[in-house]
Design a protein around this ligand. Structure first.
Ligand SMILES: [Zn+2]
Ligand SMILES: [Zn+2]
Length: 408
């Protein structure tokens, strides 16, 4: 019996598998939430998720693809092969303020649902543990290490809060921006700030001037571009003219090509500040650049349909600009989707302590499982109906050829 012939029955069994594991998935999610770990240091999350999947029959590779906190967990047999991605890194100081504990639970839930129905020869599911989404770009490391070779499509979910979305809503397709981070340092000369300020070369003035230059650049940027930063070193005492300061900036644009156009304009803000203050500038474009997200339309359509069948509505306000994700890079490697689902957290969007609290509620867990059910049904369509993946691959190839032609 193939999946196509018993699709209704397979759908019911997939959803039942998620319901049956709801309590265990809640424990897994809370264990990750209670042990927040930042990028590339997610050892607890890696241990508990891999143990969970191994106990439920997945063939697990720990520390996969040369990354100590990545994993690959496989169930089913034969083609096609779909990847369901988990993230589990937290933010410095404010814990799971992006709800990646819920992403891990959603990925595992989807994996369990598919494992329950794939059986012999209907296809393979790879639950892929992807470290370091918040900083660094673990998925780019995984792409470079070959983790997506032999994968027909990749999918994951992300929780969202704030006023643009609420519980019971999904945003699909989401349009995250391309991003790269910039580290800068200014070097000046110390002097007594009252006794002999004319002997100093003020590295703090350089940073403040650079912030003002960026503020002026913002008026001339495209609507989806974002530039924002913090001062990581601003001097040692008010009576010492600072001889060394440092800042950390994120530069975001609609796609990688636009990002490459914006980067020199942002850097010029720092170079101009260095010249005006007689400081020396050092800079470094940091980590992996994140691509924008290319959503696979066939999978987006399937997700939207199944979300609706489970009572989820599209959020009326579509996100413009906003965040970025290394899932964007995956979407340039294989057909991919990255739907967001809402949590009731109107006063606390992602990356705030209020969202950390929202990501630990029973309600958030219920929304996570509902969104995961829609993802499992989407994957089932792809396993049961060859046309779904064929459409996704055709669109992927068309985009690739169009991008190559534009680059010539
Ligand atoms: Zn996130
Ligand atoms: Zn985040």
């Amino acid at each position: 019996m193939t999946l196509a012939h018993e699709l209704e029955d397979a759908r019911a069994r997939a959803l039942a598998a998620i319901d049956a594991a709801a309590g265990a998935l809640r424990e897994l999610s809370m264990s990750i939430h209670e042990h927040p770990e930042i990028a590339y240091e997610e050892h607890h999350a890696h241990a508990v998720i891999t143990e969970f999947l191994e106990r439920r029959g997945f063939a697990v590779t720990r520390g996969a693809f040369g990354l100590p906190t990545a994993f690959r967990a496989v169930a089913g047999h034969g083609a096609p092969t779909l990847a369901v991605l988990c993230e589990y890194d937290a933010l410095p100081g404010i814990g799971h303020a992006c709800g990646h504990n819920l992403i891990a639970a959603a990925g595992v839930a989807t994996g369990l649902a598919l494992e329950a129905v794939l059986g012999e020869g209907n296809g393979t599911v790879v639950v892929l543990g992807t470290p370091a989404e918040e900083r660094g770009g673990g998925k780019v490391d995984l792409i470079n290490a070959g983790a997506f070779e032999g994968i027909d499509a990749a999918m994951m979910l992300h929780p969202s809060g704030g006023r643009l979305i609420r519980a019971g809503q999904v945003r699909v397709p989401a349009k995250p921006n391309a991003i790269q981070s910039l580290r800068v340092e200014f070097f000046g000369r110390n002097a007594h700030a009252a006794g002999a300020p004319w002997d100093g070369v003020n590295a703090l003035d350089a940073i403040i001037q650079a912030f003002n230059n960026v503020a002026m650049l913002r008026q001339q940027m495209r609507p989806q571009a974002r530039v924002h930063g913090i001062i990581t070193e601003g001097g040692r005492a008010p009576n010492i003219i600072p001889d060394h300061t440092a800042a950390y900036f994120y530069v975001r644009e609609e796609n990688l090509a636009r990002l490459e156009e914006l980067k020199p304009r942002v850097l010029a803000c720092f170079e101009g500040a260095a010249q005006a203050t007689a400081c020396r500038l050092e800079h470094r474009w940091d980590g992996n650049a994140y691509s924008d997200m290319q959503n696979a339309s066939a999978l987006v359509d399937a997700y939207a349909r199944h979300a609706q069948s489970l009572g989820l509505e599209p959020s009326e306000l579509q996100q413009v600009g906003g965040g970025s994700t290394d899932m964007g890079n995956v979407s340039y490697a294989v057909p991919a989707i990255h739907p967001s689902f809402g949590l009731d957290s109107p006063d606390a969007g992602n990356h705030t302590p209020g969202f950390t609290a929202a990501a630990a509620t029973e309600e958030a867990h219920a929304e996570t499982l509902r969104a995961a059910k829609a993802l499992a049904l989407t994957a089932l369509d792809a396993y049961a109906n060859e046309a779904v993946l064929a459409d996704a691959k055709r669109e992927f190839e068309e985009r690739r050829l169009a991008a190559a032609a534009a680059g010539d």
